[in-house]
Design a protein around this ligand. Structure first.
Ligand code: UD1
Length: 408
């Protein structure tokens, strides 16, 4: 083989917001491999278009320095069957045309399953990054996506030992399973210093105070007493009763500290549909600062809604928050590494290591638990945690080493 000649084509799939920070480190690791081995792997980035807004997609490419997608499928939103079906049809065409040697899918969104399925039917090897996670709740669309993607994948890369145990229990042969650590943490550690330099706190009127407990840096991180909230699971926001219960708890918290709420498009639709606008303050952009919401240049104690933030701004807000409320999966992991208390508005998690080793607490939609756990964190009686093993920023490198050694 001549130098600079590509010998293998690997397709990497991105689709929705939580995918971008998982694929960015893989592209970096492939480029690093090519730099030392002569261009041996041609990475082809395919964006299915499951998320398509500037705030849900484009801004992440900028923040994470992801290359433009080589192929954009533009499938957009739809019901589960419709969206998954469209992706399957469009991605299969890509596979016929490009004839890749490997397809890499990440996480648990509809595109993860659709692209894995299209590939396996054409006998193209599939690598699943973030394999083995289980909430044991099949009402979650992601749980079905996780189980089926794992069942058809050839290489299963797990973030934590519970993933290996789940896969073994489901009969996946041991030689397919590789414990490599958490790929999201590669992006977090790579971008943290850059993220801390964004001016989002200033723009939101959130001054810094001293924060004694940063795990990563082992140095005091400044903090300001605000809460950060994300909420988008159908089980929370499509169900009026659950949504109201969660907001009842959060409103009490927001009487003590300002709560910053970047609102997911699904959630915004539901706030309007349920006519719940009264409980929130809506800001058009992070730069808009209506005087009435500031006291001595500090944001007042209310739930302040914004458009979704980019990766770096959100990481900055997370790193400095007194407390994070979420129903996201990835944020449970990121807060564990940042050693920020995480109150998870769900009754299960597919990331149990964030409970046993990290800062995570499950409170579901119970207002009393939300208030009690939040008050504990605000008053300093917070849960301490440790960073799980091999969540060290080297996960993508491990994956590329394993895949190149197995000759894919
Ligand atoms: C999807 C993933 C979920 C992930 C979440 C992160 C599945 C089954 N779910 O859920 O695992 O945690 O992304 O955000 O794959 N919309 C926009 N702009 C966009 C994208 C969506 O306005 O760029 C609107 C659409 O009208 C859509 C709604 O938001 O109906 C929900 O989007 P969808 O992609 O169906 O699911 P998510 O709730 O985002």
């Amino acid at each position: 083989m001549e130098a600079n000649e590509y010998s293998k084509t690997w397709i990497l799939v991105v689709a929705a917001r939580p995918n971008f920070m998982k694929v960015a480190p893989l592209i970096k690791a492939i480029n690093a491999f090519n730099a030392t081995n002569g261009n041996r792997i041609k990475p082809l980035l395919v964006h299915t278009g499951q998320h398509y807004d500037i705030n849900m997609s484009d801004n992440f490419f900028k923040d994470l320095e992801l290359p433009e997608p080589d192929i954009y499928l533009g499938v957009g939103s739809g019901s589960h069957g419709e969206q998954t079906g469209k992706i399957l049809i469009e991605f299969e065409k890509v596979l016929f045309r490009e004839k890749p040697d490997l397809v890499i899918v990440v996480g648990d969104v509809n595109s993860t399953l659709a692209c894995a399925l299209a590939a396996v039917k054409l006998h193209i090897p599939v690598a699943h990054v973030e394999a083995g996670l289980r909430s044991f709740d099949r009402r979650m669309p992601e749980e079905v996506n996780r189980m089926l993607t794992d069942a058809v994948s050839d290489h299963l890369f797990t973030p934590s030992p519970d993933g290996d145990e789940n896969l073994a229990r489901e009969g996946i042969p041991k030689e397919k399973i590789h414990l490599v650590g958490d790929i999201m943490i590669d992006s977090l550690l790579f971008n943290l210093e850059k993220a801390k330099k964004t001016d989002i706190l200033k723009r939101l009127g959130l001054p810094l105070q001293s924060h004694p407990t940063a795990l990563i840096t082992h140095h005091p991180l400044p903090i300001t007493p605000y809460g950060l909230l994300t909420l988008h699971r159908p089980s929370n926001v499509d169900d009026r009763n659950s949504f109201l219960k969660i907001m009842k708890g959060l409103r009490e918290v927001a009487a003590r500290i300002p709560v910053i709420f970047p609102v997911h498009p699904r959630t915004m639709k539901q706030i309007k549909a349920f006519e719940m606008e009264n409980g929130f303050v809506f800001h058009e952009t992070p730069d808009v600062k209506p005087e009435e919401y500031f006291r001595d240049n500090i944001l007042v104690d209310k739930i302040h809604c914004f458009e979704p933030f980019g990766y770096l701004d959100f990481l900055n807000l997370m790193a400095h928050a007194k407390i994070v409320f979420t129903d996201s999966g990835g944020i449970q992991e990121e807060t564990t590494v940042l050693n920020v208390p995480c109150i998870t508005l769900r009754d299960t998690t597919e990331r149990p290591i964030t409970l046993t080793e990290g800062t995570n607490v499950l409170v579901h939609d119970d207002p009393e638990k939300i208030i009690r756990t939040a008050n504990d964190a605000i008053d300093g009686r917070r849960k301490q945690g440790r960073c799980p093993d091999i969540w060290d920023g080297q996960t993508a490198g491990r994956i590329v080493t394993i895949l190149t050694e197995t000759g894919k």
